[in-house]
Design a protein around this ligand. Structure first.
Ligand SMILES: [Mn+2]
Length: 315
């Protein structure tokens, strides 16, 4: 007998069903099997920038990503065939306790890495990269850290708090097996990079690329240099993608939207080149759906993830 469900698969893909990242199977973090990539939601937002909402990022990303196909017509390439991917659910964040949350994030990332897959974190605000980078670093010899961001995030602390979204670059540079010479921030612009953070970056030996320098070099050459610096002599590279580096017109759905950022086209190009650098772990942060009235921001975030993962397949 023919099932009444026959022929309804196409409808289910985009219009109904429980949302997972790109419609991939939902599994427990310690049971990822043969998957090459495990996407993990991190609904963390300690809110120090004053415009909260990134905690809803993973849920919006799951919803929007249900509309994406894994097939790239321009390359006749099927991403989910080349890169079997699973959704391992969300890290159970603990809003009153950042330290405990960072430990939980690190443990999730470590669990995925130990099974030989790439942990791909979807946030959540940028503070989550502190836990994720610590988790990834604990699985390799020497690690590099490359952040795409409008902001340096090299604050030593924020009014005494060390695990906030203004600090992830500095915390990464303090990881014992991360040499600050391998810590790079790419895309600095706007008026939210205080002098003390510029000085702290210089003292620590952290490299950063401002938007004017990137324009002068040309994006492809600039990102190639940044990747080379972050990867020099390391056993693994961590890539953190703060989506407020994208121009506010293409990415309004974020806590600190910045005019003068990368176009959506440039963003997708950068994402693919980052994937080709074959990172051991990645994150996409600062997706705040409450400011994303048309839904274009989260759709771009989905595209960035697909370009990064496709880039890994070319590495
Ligand atoms: Mn940031």
């Amino acid at each position: 007998m023919t099932s009444p469900m026959t022929g309804l698969e196409e409808l289910r893909v985009i219009q109904s069903g429980v949302a997972t990242f790109f419609g991939r199977p939902l599994v427990r973090p310690e049971e990822i099997g043969a998957a090459r990539c495990a996407m993990v939601g991190i609904p963390w937002d300690e809110g120090n920038a004053g415009r909260n909402g990134a905690n809803m990022g993973p849920r919006a990303f799951r919803d929007a990503s249900s509309w994406f196909l894994g097939y790239d017509a321009q390359r006749d390439f099927d991403l989910w065939e080349a890169m079997p991917t699973v959704d391992v659910g969300d890290v159970p964040v603990m809003p009153p306790n950042a330290e405990r949350t960072m430990d939980l994030i690190a443990e999730h990332v470590r669990t995925v890495r130990r099974q030989g897959a790439i942990p791909f974190s979807v946030g959540g605000n940028h503070a989550l990269a502190i836990g994720a980078a610590r988790g990834a670093a604990s699985t390799v010899g020497r690690m590099g850290y490359l952040s795409i961001d409008a902001h340096l995030d090299t604050a030593t602390d924020w009014a005494g708090e060390t695990l906030t979204s203004g600090c992830p670059t500095m915390r990464a540079a303090e990881i014992p097996n991360v040499d600050p010479a391998n810590v790079v921030v790419f895309g600095i612009h706007g008026w939210l990079n205080p002098k003390d953070q510029v000085q702290a970056a210089a003292e620590k030996g952290i490299t950063w690329y401002g938007m004017e320098k990137i324009e002068e070099l040309g994006i492809e050459r600039a990102i190639a240099q940044a990747i080379e610096t972050a990867s020099d002599g390391v056993d693994g590279l961590y890539v953190s993608f703060d989506l407020d580096s994208v121009d506010a017109s293409a990415f309004p759905g974020t806590g600190t939207p910045e005019p003068g950022g990368f176009t959506s086209r440039e963003t997708l190009k950068i994402a693919r080149l980052l994937g080709r650098a074959n990172p051991i772990a990645m994150d996409l942060v600062e997706i705040a759906p409450i400011y994303d009235l048309s839904g274009i921001s989260v759709r771009l975030a989905c595209g960035v993830a697909m370009e990064m993962l496709s880039g890994v397949c070319e590495a």
